[in-house]
Design a protein around this ligand. Structure first.
Ligand SMILES: [Zn+2]
Length: 268
């Protein structure tokens, strides 16, 4: 009987916690490509040439977490007519618009340490960094073998409190925010699974795919650190998506971003 009551209390607690998880999405830049062959696609496989660069805030009753931190902050400014990348309003300003300062962030997790996902990382150096141990080694000890990494963007995280992960990680212990290890794009690439009370389960892709066509055709970018491992990660995440019935968002999809409500709107 005691066990049943405990189970019931736990269930109620988890339900209550999940009820309050909010997901905010921010426009943290755009990147344009004339040619998509570096992504393992031909220019006929897709007519998409512009990628959206998102940042996310997950607001959980037990803490706030940043997931991906956009293009470098020094790119912020009015869009130039011939620019192939642009970033108009910084994530710092967009957070401020909803009353949040960088110091309010408890956890920072990045799908991976490429420059278009860690652009504002130094601003979140007071947050606890959740990083796969393999990504930590790549980013902090072997950045020269990872050319899309830009160490100055995250140099201030050297002294941050870190939790080095070796696989999946339930951030708040209630199943509502779970990091899913999905290596291959980089040594410690990861995706994020959320359980939102109204919206339902949702998976944020990181760079498991950049384009819808990458997912349909199972193509991997030429700059991935391990193509075979990427395919295994695709299989893993697709199984979790199917079993959970989660909605799947390709983070870089501009078409998707244009269909979503960005901050100050939030999903819950
Ligand atoms: Zn990437």
């Amino acid at each position: 009987m005691v066990k049943i009551i405990l189970a019931l209390v736990t269930t109620l607690f988890i339900t209550a916690a999940q009820a309050n998880v909010k997901l905010y999405i921010f426009d943290c830049g755009h990147i344009y490509f004339d040619d998509v062959s570096n992504f393992g696609l031909t220019n006929e496989d897709t007519d998409v040439r512009e990628l959206f660069v998102p940042c996310y805030l997950i607001d959980h009753p037990d803490g706030k977490m940043i997931w991906d931190a956009g293009l470098p902050l020094d790119m912020v400014g009015p869009r130039q007519s011939d620019a192939t990348s642009w970033y108009e309003t910084s994530i710092i300003e967009q957070l401020s618009d909803i009353g949040i300062e960088p110091g309010d962030i408890d956890f920072a997790a990045y799908s991976h340490f490429h420059y278009d996902h860690t652009g504002a990382a130094n601003a979140f150096s007071d947050a606890t960094l959740l990083i796969q141990e393999t990504e930590y080694i790549a980013a902090f000890h072997e950045p020269e073998s990872n050319p899309v990494f830009r160490p100055p963007l995250y140099s201030e995280l050297v002294d941050s409190t870190k939790i080095l992960l070796q696989g999946d990680h339930d951030v708040f212990g209630d199943g509502s925010v779970v990091i899913l290890s999905a290596p291959g794009h980089t040594p410690g690439h990861q995706t994020l699974k959320l359980e939102l009370e109204s919206f339902g389960p949702l998976i944020l892709s990181g760079d498991l795919y950049h384009f819808e066509a990458s997912r349909m055709l199972r193509r991997t970018p030429v700059f991935n650190t391990d193509p075979e491992e990427t395919l295994r990660s695709m299989n893993k995440v697709e199984v979790i998506r199917q079993e959970s019935g989660a909605t799947f968002w390709i983070e870089h999809s501009l078409e998707l971003a244009n269909s979503l409500n960005l901050s100050p709107y939030y999903y819950e």
